[in-house]
Design a protein around this ligand. Structure first.
Ligand code: PMP
Length: 371
């Protein structure tokens, strides 16, 4: 069977070259005579894979040894709790920016651990935008500011990041990690579930300043203390080895593509093709996100009716495109165009959007304009 253009939001498309390498090495990893799936995580071959994956991510982001990269399980959702457990104990306030379903979840978990203040929310606008920098005012006594860099469900993204001065900035970058360069000097801790831009489900990448992680409460459960994972270089317990291995291959693939500046250029061009098709017929396609906040990774939109949305996603399969259905909480349609989606996929989608419009524009009964 031909491979399709996979617009799934996560787990999502992986670079074909990476999948081919995984396939080629699956039975015999680096001449060990065994699969990576069978290897001890204490084997020097795995230790090297683990170290290199962390180093390659640091290289891509231009980070020095003041930073560490950790790999953990538990999904990005565990980080909602871990961030609060590790950094709210001081009695200070966790300042949160609420821009979508996943920030909302993070806020709910943080409230179980300490004091939280939501300093901006676009909930009343159905999360169709992120704040401007002027809308962000930190409370006194903030332990950190928490943001969701890209809102996977709603299709909005921060295109600049706040200056928080002394206050650490923590970000969930699950759905735009390594899709563009970021001003790392502004951040203290970044985490991302790998299953969108950098690997398979089962592994979370945490990128943090060492001095921010150091000195956690000794009463924290060992596995929920970032310091454990920093000190043991992600080998305190058995890490999700297969996931880390693939993240490592993806990081090398990203380097080969020219790094994050090249990825951003490519991702911007891809997104521009899809958004152009979307904005071409405002009487038919409705963009979900406000333009200034629109995501380069998840394009969210709808047709004039639920029936047409369904038909759009169904017929797309016949054109070799899958995964275009919107999130169940929002309905509509969503095209996730992460790092591994080639330009050809975006062009095929744009072409299909135009054809679908031409075929169905007359299905729409235009209500007479209200005077
Ligand atoms: N944060 C964001 C931005 C996400 O997109 C997701 C998953 N779609 C999560 C957190 C939760 O990730 P997980 O399912 O790995 O817990």
């Amino acid at each position: 069977m031909e491979r399709v253009f996979n617009f799934n939001p996560g787990p999502a498309a992986l670079p074909l070259e990476v999948l081919e390498q995984v396939q080629a090495e699956l039975l015999n990893c680096q001449n060990t005579g065994m699969s990576i799936l069978e290897m001890s995580h204490r084997d020097p071959v795995y230790e090297k894979i683990n170290k290199e994956a962390a180093q390659d991510i640091k290289d891509l982001l231009g980070l020095d040894d003041e930073w560490c990269v950790m790999f953990m399980g538990g999904g990005a959702s565990l980080q909602f709790s871990m961030v609060a457990m590790d950094f709210l104990a001081s009695g200070k306030i966790g300042a949160y920016i609420d821009t979508g379903n996943f920030s909302d979840k993070a806020i709910k978990e943080a409230r179980k651990e300490g004091r939280v203040e939501v300093i901006f929310s676009s909930k009343a606008d159905k999360y169709n935008r992120v704040p401007t920098m002027a809308e962000i005012q930190l409370p006194d006594n903030a332990a950190y500011l928490y943001i969701t860099g890209n809102n996977t469900i709603e299709g909005t993204e921060f295109h600049e990041y706040p200056d928080t001065g002394e206050v650490p900035l923590i970000a969930d970058l699950s759905s735009d990690i390594l899709s563009k360069p970021i001003p790392t000097e502004k951040f203290s801790l970044i985490y991302a579930g790998a299953q969108k831009n950098i690997g398979p489900a089962g592994v979370v990448v945490i990128i943090a300043r060492r001095d921010f992680i150091k000195g956690r409460e000794k009463t924290l459960p060992t596995m929920l203390n970032y310091e454990t994972h920093m000190d043991k270089e992600s080998l305190y317990n058995t890490p999700p080895v297969f996931g880390v291995y693939i993240v490592g291959l993806v990081a090398k693939w990203l380097k080969k593509q020219g790094g994050l500046v090249a990825m951003q250029e490519r991702n911007e061009k891809k997104a521009a093709v899809v958004y152009a098709a979307l904005y071409a017929h405002p009487d038919f396609y409705k963009a979900y996100a406000q333009k200034e906040s629109r995501s380069m990774m998840n394009v969210t939109f709808g047709t004039p009716s639920e029936e047409l949305d369904k038909l759009f996603a169904k017929e797309a399969v016949k054109h070799g495109m899958k995964g275009l259905k919107g999130h169940r909480s929002l309905g509509g349609l969503r095209a996730s165009i992460y790092n591994a989606m080639p330009m050809e996929g975006c062009e095929a989608l744009a072409k299909y959007m135009e054809e679908f419009y031409q075929a169905h524009k007359s299905d729409v009964v235009n209500e007479p304009e209200q005077k």
